[in-house]
Design a protein around this ligand. Sequence first.
Ligand SMILES: *Cc1c(COP(=O)(O)O)cnc(C)c1O
Length: 417
Amino acid sequence: MSYYNLLLAISKTLGDSFYVLHEENYLKNIQDLQSAFHKQYNKVIIGYSYKTNYIPKLCQIAKQNGIYAEVVSEMELELALKLGYNFDKIIFNGPLKKEKDIEKALLGNSIINLDSYSELDSVENIVKKYPSKTFKVGLRINMSLVNKDGESAIQEGLDVGRFGFDTTNAEFLNAINRLNNLGVVINALHGHTSSSDRSLKNFETITKTLCNVRNHYNLNNIKYFNIGGGYFGPMPKGLINQTTPTFEDYATTIFNQLKTDAWFTENQPYVILEPGVSVVSNALSFVSKIMDIKKIRNKNFLLIEGGVYNIKPTFHKINLPFQLISKETKTTNNNENFDVVGSTCMEKDLVLNNVSINNPSVNDFIQINNVGGYTIVKTPNFINYVPAIISINTENVYNIIRHRQTINDLIATYVLN
Ligand SMILES: *Cc1c(COP(=O)(O)O)cnc(C)c1O
């Protein structure tokens, strides 16, 4: 069966737009990341960032391959448990952890990174509840990152990031003393910091800062140096105008730094990575039938079902890689420029901006690739149903990963009178 006919068959049962999951890409990225870091060091743990894309199928693939679940909320914690994760393979991060969840995670030996003093209060309450137990916690360390132009490299160019503990404030010593007095072991330092440039320099800073904090406060029970996520993954050609670091480059940068640290070399703690986008971007494509083609004052518009929320909810300006899948192979070259627009009622619902397409027709399909990061988890019910997700095996047979939302799903949590 041709790819066009397969998409047509899928669209007849699952709707005019849907996602295609490429599980093999996800697995390959994880294995590539793993082997790049294992070349440097064998005590590396990978935790998959649920918030980036928690399609259960992906989380299960992660689980089957020894990958931990990196969760940042009550909802994500419950999802990991639902998917069969044990607490001891869960890394529990995030700015708002409920005391009941911290309690369960501590009792179950999760790797838990505290973000603030209010979470210390929760830990104190839990210690009092279980006076005979010894608990272990990690601390997220607030980072300051500077790009090559001397500006803040933190996401959105923010000067001061809001996560973790401020180690430049004397109060930090009180936090450590407080945990010591409670008999709580500090077993992890966490440095995840979202940057806008994903540069090697940031990882040098993060690694160096974790080592400095460890050394300065003599934290001798550290078992995990957690570098966090924020890496580039494999990039489709021409997507952005620069070469991006490879997994090997990140591994070299991080370990060059770690290997200069005497305590690290002597004690050999685990190194934790928390990849999200870098392993999942190319694991998902969005497919929609072309529903209409129109020309307004000499500008060509191509209408699809769904829209920008399905492919880039951040509305960034980069055109993602795409293909036109037509019923017949095009023999003539008749390229014209189109704006591919979505089926919402927003003017700015621009899926592809001024791209050249060869002779598209209504009922052809457009496939937009590299949409795995922060799409599924951010698709609102704005105007449209949430689309299905399918995967296609090597025999060209498709499996349903998620059904298309129905009207009953949509109203299920509302109270109707
Ligand atoms: C978001 C997040 C990640 C993953 O970040 P990516 O940029 O998607 O790699 C990892 N760790 C934490 C704590 C996060 O919040």
